[in-house]
Design a protein around this ligand. Structure first.
Ligand SMILES: [Zn+2]
Length: 225
């Protein structure tokens, strides 16, 4: 605990005799391993890491918000590209068949598999888009120096709730497994949407692991009207 003041990193706080040494609102949990740390201000340009697993935990407010907004905007544009451009072409014996993501979803749209079409469209397109929109809406007042209201905190809360339900990466893993099976039978060429989706999955990984949610929550809370 003494070393906490001398370093930008925040120290591990342990419970003594089942009693937490600090009030709950002064503790931050590591997003990777849940180790509790004491909250402290991070100097400009510094980053606080978890002392147990090294995961980035707290960034300075401006860095965190810039990162959140830029990743969310990029992902939003990529998602639009992933949905509108051709996804892949299959050629067998001189015949070529191409599809887009929406085309793949519509393939399930006969009567019996209609719920499946809704589920696929929801989990890989609409929920990720809604989540990205919510993130952008939540941090926009922080970037434009306006005071965030209840709506913005709800929007960021919604984005956090939707996190496990955005399954674009599961879709791309599924497609890759299917392509390995088809590779021997047909010639496959990837469209721009495939690469957009792949990039999106990489960005989602960064968004989920490197982004400092704590800084965003704190900024939304402290600039409260
Ligand atoms: Zn950790």
């Amino acid at each position: 605990m003494e070393t906490r003041q001398q370093t930008p990193y925040i120290g591990i706080t342990v419970a003594i005799g089942g009693q937490l040494m600090l009030p709950l609102e002064n503790l931050v949990a590591c997003p990777q391993c849940d180790t509790l740390h004491a909250q402290t201000d991070v100097p400009d340009g510094a980053k606080a890491h978890c002392m147990r697993c090294g995961a980035a935990m707290v960034e300075t407010r401006s860095t965190a918000i810039t990162n959140v907004l830029s990743l969310a905007l990029t992902s939003f544009v990529l998602m639009i590209a992933a949905v509108s451009f051709p996804f892949l072409d299959l050629s067998i014996g001189g015949q070529t068949n191409g599809t887009s993501v929406l085309g793949a979803v519509m393939a399930f749209s006969d009567t019996f598999s209609l719920p499946l079409a809704f589920a696929v469209a929801g989990f890989i397109v609409f929920l990720p888009l809604l989540r990205l929109g919510a993130i952008i809406a939540a941090v926009l007042p922080l970037v434009t120096h306006r005071t965030p209201g209840r709506f913005h905190r709800h929007a960021f809360g919604l984005a956090e709730t939707l996190r496990p339900w955005s399954m674009a990466e599961i879709f791309i893993v599924g497609v890759s497994v299917a392509l390995v099976k088809v590779a021997g039978l047909a010639t496959i060429s990837f469209g721009p949407a495939f690469w957009a989706f792949t990039l999106l999955v990489i960005l989602t990984f960064f968004q989920d692991t490197l982004i400092c949610r704590y800084s965003v929550w704190r900024a939304l809370d402290t600039s409260r009207a």
